[in-house]
Write a protein that binds this ligand. Structure first.
Ligand code: ADP
Ligand code: MG
Ligand code: ZN
Length: 617
């Protein structure tokens, strides 16, 4: 509304200016004759002008009786008779002044009264000074107001965290909605007990955790868990994201923290939840980027609020992060976020439980087996699984099914796992042959090794960004331990693709790059981390300094000599070579089967596990 008003007043101004100009044009100009300088001089000579006002470049004055006749005579040749007739009515005149040094003398000779006009009248002063200032102020005010009423609370709302604190008086989420993280749930039960009845806890003298830090990879349900705690305890849930504390104005974040805790005190018992606390709680002095001062100040404020806060009031502070290793040590100290709850990736059973939670919300066909879906989604977290179920429901809806069938889930998993099928992508016949031969190699090697995971499906339908085809192995359960021979088999399977290409085409393609990378990774880990090489013995080299839940590797500092480094390289090479030889051996031995499988793949593009077994047997 305010915006509109301003808008109108600018229009008023424009209209007023227009009216003024029209007024001047019609009212003033009507009675004024605009005459040329020569006409003016003629009138002067005849003494038919009076009361001259001489400005720097204009002359105005009154026309004496008879002036009109003189002018009419001078303009006799003109065609426009009405304009000439008009002259008789006009009382004043206006002429442009020219360089004419003798003008004054002439005026004096003809006894004409004249005055000079000062350079600036009050009107010109007004126009050249006041009006621009007025316009400027109006525009400035307009933008200021926009800023104030704009999105995100705007300019003037800084320091008031109320807009950004997300308060839920009842989250309506319970532990029923969270599955597969039973250990975390167990640990949080105590917190709920306390929130339900803070007085009883205090009378017993129990020590209550002040801050609980949920640690785990993204999408494992940390936010969900925090909400569930609030829901179970039936207390308000005040949540805020760590990044929203970090503002461009120094001191604003600190003000927000203060405000947040003040609000919590009013609502106690309640839960304060700071999501992604790493944005705020990064160890001080690590980042060279600007804005650090503000963050430090905010963090310091948070620390002091944490210390000054009395748990007796029944406020529990929870926070979540997936990068605990970068948090400031001060945050993790006793009396602050000293209780750490690990929310890990779910295992086979956990995934099954999570799937059951999400499947409840959709209509599923009787053929859907949650166990199989769970087995096929190794490595997925809760958020991915929720995505799979949702995607499957969408697929079923698109195909006008009344229930979500197993095939929908299969496709949904493929989509979530490897991105959308790129059906439109064009591959040449030759490329397709190579891919078929490559994938057949993987599959055949995997099926020939007793320790390798069973093959679920081979496909040469391109997927994701880089993969032209894929072979899917289905681990029967999640693995926590692997033996040396199992790892070797894994490498052998990975190299089976390239081996098959070499046998069939007598040359290799670029398609095996990813396989080689993975194989080299495993081999190197076997030598340097697991102590699985005979030449080097049971030693590990280079301490792991990988961030806990990040996939990037920090550069590792070497803790061994160049000589050892060369030995490691030799060992890795030996491992890989022996696996590669083994893969080729298997494939040459079963060349017939390999050719059959490649042909079948070329034809059908996808071959399922059952069919593979029949073919190979
Ligand atoms: P995080 O905060 O750890 O990144 P979220 O709590 O935001 O993960 O999870 C996102 C979504 O994924 C949730 O809303 C929920 O639908 C689903 N989800 C994640 N973990 C679980 C779980 N353990 N049980 C049920 N659903 C889950
Ligand atoms: Mg989250
Ligand atoms: Zn491959």
């Amino acid at each position: 509304m305010k915006q509109k008003k301003i808008h109108f007043s600018i229009w008023y101004f424009i209209v007023a200016m227009g009216v003024l100009m029209l007024f001047q044009y019609f009212f003033l100009a009507q009675q004024q004759a605009t005459i040329s300088y020569s006409e003016f001089k003629a009138l002067v000579r005849e003494g038919r002008v009076e009361d001259l006002l001489i400005a720097r470049d204009s002359i105005r004055g009154k026309l004496s009786p008879g002036a009109a006749e003189t002018l009419a005579k001078m303009r006799a040749g003109e065609k426009d008779k009405t304009a000439v007739a008009q002259l008789a009515k006009e009382k004043t005149f206006y002429s442009v002044r020219m360089e004419d040094p003798d003008l004054i003398k002439e005026l004096e000779a003809n006894r004409i009264k004249f005055t000079a006009q000062p350079e600036m009248t009050w009107l010109t002063t007004l126009l050249s000074w006041v009006v621009p200032i007025f316009i400027f102020v109006a525009i400035w005010g307009y933008f200021l107001r926009r800023m104030r009423t704009g999105a995100e609370g705007g300019f003037m709302a800084i320091g008031k965290s109320k807009a950004k604190v997300y308060v839920e008086d009842e989250t309506k989420i319970t532990f029923e909605d969270v599955a597969g993280v039973d250990e975390a749930v167990e640990e949080l039960k105590e917190v709920i007990e306390f929130l339900r009845n803070p007085a009883r806890f205090q009378s017993l003298g129990g020590k209550i955790p002040k801050g609980v830090l949920l640690v785990g990879p993204p999408g494992t349900g940390k936010t969900l868990l925090a909400k569930a705690v609030a829901g179970e305890a039936k207390v308000p849930f005040l949540s805020l994201s760590g990044s929203s504390f970090v503002e461009m104005f120094v001191g604003v974040g600190a003000a927000r923290v203060r405000d947040l805790f003040a609000q919590a005190e009013e609502k106690a018992p309640c839960i304060i939840f700071i999501d992604e606390i790493d944005a705020l709680g990064k160890a001080r002095g690590i980042s060279p980027v600007s804005g650090v001062d503000e963050r430090e100040q905010t963090l310091t404020q948070l620390l002091s609020e944490l210390d000054g806060f009395d748990t007796k009031k029944g406020v529990i502070i929870m926070a979540a992060t997936n990068r605990p290793e970068i948090l400031d040590q001060a945050l993790l100290r006793a009396g602050r976020f000293d209780r750490h709850v690990l929310v890990d990736r779910p295992d086979l059973k956990g995934r099954e439980a999570i799937l059951k939670v999400h499947v409840r919300k959709v209509k599923i066909a009787p053929d859907v087996d949650v166990k199989v879906i769970s087995a096929r989604t190794v490595g997925m977290v809760g958020a991915d699984l929720a995505n799979v179920v949702n995607e499957a429901a969408l697929l079923a809806a698109r195909n006008n099914k009344s229930q979500v069938e197993m095939s929908d889930f299969e496709e949904a998993i493929d989509r979530v796992m490897a991105g959308l099928e790129k059906k439109s992508r064009l591959i040449t016949r030759k490329e397709k042959e190579i891919v078929a031969c490559h994938e057949a190699g993987h599959a055949l090697v995997a099926m020939s090794l007793p320790q390798a995971d069973p093959v679920h499906r081979v496909s040469i339908i391109p997927r994701g960004i880089a993969a032209l085809g894929y072979m899917l192995q289905l681990p029967t359960e999640d693995r926590y331990l692997m033996t040396k021979s199992e790892l070797m088999d894994k490498i052998t399977v990975l190299l089976g693709g390239r081996g098959s290409e070499e046998i069939n085409f007598k040359e290799v393609s670029t398609g095996a790059q990813n396989d080689l990378l993975k194989a080299a990774d495993i081999a190197r880990s076997m030598v340097t981390e697991y102590g699985m090489s005979e030449a080097l013995g049971p030693l590990t080299f280079g301490r792991e300094r990988r961030p806990l839940f990040l996939d990037v590797m920090l550069p590792q500092s070497k803790e061994y000599s160049e000589e050892t480094a060369r030995q490691i390289d030799d060992e890795v090479r030996k491992l890989i070579n022996s696996c590669y030889e083994r893969a080729k051996e298997i494939l040459t031995e079963k060349k017939e089967k390999l050719d059959m499988l490649s042909k079948l793949l070329l034809e059908k593009e996808v071959v399922e596990g059952e069919e593979l077994k029949r073919l190979v047997a």
